[in-house]
Design a protein around this ligand. Structure first.
Ligand code: NAD
Length: 290
């Protein structure tokens, strides 16, 4: 199967696979220039819920983008219909390798032959799930953070990605208010997540060694960096179990990382204090959790 770069990208839809936390946010960004975005999710009602969420936030986001206009969002539980005609497909299904392999095999089979197939995976390079893909040159990592509040995106080659795919995305994404940066070699954590991981790790070390409290670290961070929340408050928001999983993943790949940060996180996780979602983490002012 030979791949040619998609044309008429302004006229064709974008399809998002998975309507969860990130899928709906990705759909929101691609809907802000008046075009059509389709959201596919096999879980009953999930795509519809995402469409409603996008509808709520779209006017404000479209107004913030030069040339922006609220687009059309279509919810779908039929994969083939959701893919027909799209120039870009962004996968945002749960972080399970076998599921990603299966989804990319399906996308390669059902999407238009010139569609770019992107993955929002946080921890897997696309190289690991192209074994059922006939045209791996159209597959790319496109890793979002938390749009619309954090609209930077990492782009990374699968190792086989056509250079023209990366160049097209680097050129087109800013039109949607998305800011792409290319990881120039394979990197677990891409670009910004690695930098943020180092900050979290050292903040945890400072507390694990008894040098300062989480609250003091956060206050200093806020005062010096002029941001509304410090690293501990932000870790509570993400979930301390998720923060621990991420750090374990880095540690498995990079022997020699200090164990103190993971040990400290584990004491909270073992006690069931996971942050905002359980009502208590480094802070205990979250009510009963949500
Ligand atoms: P989520 O659990 O909130 O949503 C996943 C959605 O995928 C669910 O709605 C589920 O029904 C759906 N789904 C399951 N199987 C599917 C299939 N075969 N086809 C289509 N949809 C399917 O997950 P999330 O937090 O949105 O994460 C999705 C991806 O985004 C993961 O790869 C994750 O690493 C990445 N990511 C997450 C974050 C984050 O902060 N949550 C940030 C960046 C990247």
């Amino acid at each position: 199967m030979s791949f040619t770069l998609p044309e008429d990208v302004d006229e064709r839809p974008v399809t998002v696979i998975g309507a969860g936390t990130l899928g709906r946010r990705i759909a929101l960004m691609f809907a802000d220039r008046g075009g059509e975005v389709r959201v596919y999710d096999p879980s009953p009602g999930a795509a519809d819920a995402a469409r409603a969420w996008v509808g709520e936030h779209l006017p404000e986001v479209a107004a913030s983008v030069p040339g922006g206009a609220p687009g059309k969002v279509v919810a779908s539980e039929d994969l083939a219909a959701a893919l027909a005609g799209s120039w870009l497909v962004v996968e945002a299904v749960p972080e399970k390798l076998e599921l990603k392999k299966q989804v990319f095999g399906d996308l390669d089979r059902l999407a238009d032959p010139d569609a770019i197939l992107a993955s929002n995976s946080s921890s897997y390079p696309t190289r690991q799930f192209t074994d059922r893909v006939r045209a791996p040159e159209r597959v790319v990592n496109m890793h979002f953070y938390m749009p619309p509040e954090q609209p930077a995106v990492d782009l990374m080659s699968s190792g086989s990605t056509d250079r023209a795919v990366l160049d097209l995305l680097l050129r087109v994404l800013p039109e949607y208010g998305i800011f792409p940066f290319e990881a120039r070699r394979e990197s677990t954590g891409f670009i910004f997540n690695r930098v943020w991981a180092a900050i979290k790790r050292e903040a945890l070390s400072v507390v694990a060694e008894g040098v300062a409290t989480p609250q003091d670290v956060d206050r200093m961070w806020q005062i010096n960096m002029h941001t509304p929340a410090g690293p501990f408050r932000m870790m509570d928001q993400v979930g301390l179990d998720v923060v621990l999983d991420i750090e374990e993943h880095y540690a498995a790949e990079r022997p020699g990382l200090p164990t103190g940060p993971r040990d400290l996180l584990r004491t909270y996780v073992d006690a069931g204090h996971l942050g905002v979602k359980t009502g208590r983490g480094f802070y205990d002012d979250y009510g009963t959790g949500s």
